[in-house]
Design a protein around this ligand. Structure first.
Ligand code: GA4
Length: 334
């Protein structure tokens, strides 16, 4: 394992963003109460305007979240040499500072796991060796709950869009071959953040990107850092809320809705004093699924904005890309 020294990393971690500087948003980010009879409309509006919203009244017990948080922290507190035995990621497993395999770095260490039993990863299996059965069952319970919640949100979405059948989107995640994955990110404090800010720079925990899948759901502890980019290019800080979930529209959902929903660009900036822990479930379709706009959404004579491709093909392109690349670009019709 190559140990990255701090001075070398500093050059990569300090970025001037391609989006406009951070501002505070007047109305805040959309909040959807899943028990509200209007939830479906609120979800559709939020996906069109932001590609992002917060979910409350979701019914997931707080204990399930804190249990996984505690088990994850126990893992991240282990000696570096022990954690490195479950890395480097292949792309699954334990990773530190390097994200993907094309040169992206961030002030983060993470566990990345696949949920598709057809994709075998020895690195991700090795996370659960060395007496980590508690972590394994916390992960399994949590993923189960996230999959259910994502399916409910996707069903509300299709109702809100007025398309049938109601499982037209959720079936992609319910499929036993659904190629979903799960990530636990640990952002240690970065004491020099303030100095960097004085020089007009941000310290990047996880660089700007959109999620390639259909939908992702994030939960974090109470440390801030997450920002989303609005369609006018402004970065907005998302106030943390450890009791709620944050939903991101992914690239695949943008295509399935023929651009009606926008996949949201987001990033995480490092914090001076507090460590941040986030867990993200990425709901993806089966590898062989053709990603084309849903026929039931298309208006008369409306044409697809995208070329036809499978999730396998999109994933192949994704692994050849850098985090901040506009991955849908090559799949757009000219
Ligand atoms: C971004 C969203 C998810 O975290 C992820 C990431 C993946 C990885 O870490 O292996 C990628 C990134 C993500 C897209 C471009 C490539 C692949 C890192 C990277 C530089 C797990 C995913 O599905 O795509």
């Amino acid at each position: 394992m190559v140990v990255l020294s701090k001075p070398t990393l500093n050059n990569f971690l300090l970025v001037k963003s391609s989006c406009k500087p951070t501002t505070t948003m007047l109305n805040g980010i959309p909040v959807v109460d899943l028990a509200d009879p209007d939830a479906k409309t609120l979800i559709v509006n939020a996906c069109k305007e932001f590609g992002f919203f917060k979910v409350i009244n979701h019914g997931v017990p707080l204990e399930l979240m804190s249990n996984l948080e505690n088990e994850s922290l126990r893992f991240f507190k282990k000696p570096q040499s022990e954690k490195d035995r479950a890395g480097p990621p292949d792309p699954f497993g334990y990773g530190s500072k390097r994200i993907g395999s094309n040169g992206d770095v961030g002030w983060v260490e993470y566990i990345l796991l696949n949920t598709n039993p057809d994709v075998v990863s020895n690195k991700s299996l090795s996370i659960f060796r060395e007496n980590r059965q508690n972590l394994r069952s916390a992960v399994e319970d949590y993923i189960d709950a996230m999959k259910k919640m994502c399916c409910l949100v996707l069903e509300l979405m299709s109702e809100g869009l007025g398309i049938e059948p109601k499982n037209v989107l959720s079936r992609l995640l319910k499929d036993e071959k659904s190629d979903s994955c799960f990530r636990i990110n640990h952002y240690p404090p970065y004491p020099e953040v303030q100095q960097a800010a004085l020089n007009g720079r941000n310290v990047v925990g996880f660089g700007e990107h959109t999620d390639p899948q259909v939908i992702s759901v994030l939960r974090s502890n109470s440390t801030s850092g997450l920002q989303i980019c609005l369609t006018d290019g402004t970065w907005v800080s998302v106030p943390p809320d450890h009791t709620s979930f944050f939903i991101n529209v992914g690239d695949t959902l943008q295509v399935l809705t023929n651009g009606r929903f926008k996949s949201v660009k987001h990033r995480v900036l490092a914090d001076t004093t507090k460590s941040r822990l986030s867990m993200i479930y990425f709901g993806g379709p089966p590898l062989s699924e053709k990603i084309v706009p849903l026929p039931s959404i298309m208006l008369k004579k409306e044409e697809s904005l995208y070329k036809e491709f499978t999730w396998y093909e999109y994933k192949k392109a994704m692994y050849n890309s850098r985090l901040a690349d506009y991955r849908l670009g090559p799949f757009e019709k000219s």
